[in-house]
Design a protein around this ligand. Structure first.
Ligand SMILES: [Zn+2]
Length: 231
């Protein structure tokens, strides 16, 4: 189940950037698994931190939790007891995890969650000399859309905005407008379609084998599985 967002991404990226990304990753993960079905993407996410910019459409955290729970319970009616939720937006993982916990508590089903594609891409590709910023509407997101839907990307409007990101365990949950005046940051002028393709390949290559191990073991245990080797 891909979960995206409809939110401001500057003049150079479409509102559906996160939905495109989540759907593309979900499709690749399904190919890696071989027997999975990809659900229609959810176009709305928790984007309250971006409501200062026009046409951002946000749903409440409790709404997202309810939607994922409802989809999961519908799937159960049809005999589907394994669900991977793929989020490409930073406001979504908390509410999705809440739904996953409820689905497990009520029905005993294991729900897997994938989130944080930018951080993973950076970890996988920085050793190859790639930048991979973790900004909103920066170089990595523009690279992704240049790869997936070049007709929706406007590199000619991209500008670089220094970020104020601090890698710290304390996070302030508030409006993005207080820290990023234009609603985006990063090095968007460095984006390329080739890099977007490399990101999708790297993430699929990293996540695919793990998903196959999860599938082979009934999706029990998640990342804490012991005694199982990845080869
Ligand atoms: Zn985005």
């Amino acid at each position: 189940m891909p979960v995206g967002a409809t939110e401001w991404h500057g003049d150079h990226l479409p509102y559906c950037t996160d939905t495109l990304t989540a759907a593309a990753l979900a499709e690749r993960f399904a190919r890696e698994l071989g027997t999975a079905l990809v659900l229609p993407p959810l176009d709305y996410g928790v984007s309250s931190h971006l409501l200062a910019w026009p046409w951002t459409l946000s749903i409440r955290p409790a709404t997202l939790t309810a939607i994922v729970e409802d989809v999961g319970e519908s799937l159960l009616r049809h005999g589907v007891r394994r669900l991977l939720v793929v989020s490409a937006h930073d406001g979504n993982p908390g509410p999705i995890e809440a739904a996953a916990r409820e689905l497990h508590r009520k029905h005993g089903v294991a729900v897997a969650v994938f989130a944080g594609w930018q951080g993973l891409a950076k970890r996988l590709l920085a050793p190859e000399g790639r930048l991979i910023d973790e900004d909103h509407a920066g170089q990595s997101e523009l690279s992704m859309v240049l790869h997936l839907r070049p007709d929706l990307a406007r590199s000619d409007r991209a500008v670089d905005v220094p970020n104020q990101r601090m890698d710290h365990p304390v996070r302030v949950i508030g409006g993005f407008d207080a820290v990023v005046p234009h609603g985006h940051s990063g090095s968007a002028t460095l984006a390329t379609a080739e890099e977007g393709a490399a990101v999708v390949d790297a993430i699929a290559g990293h996540v695919g084998p793990f998903l196959r191990v999860l599938a082979a073991n009934g999706w029990m245990g998640g990342a804490w599985m012991s005694g199982i080797t990845l080869d």
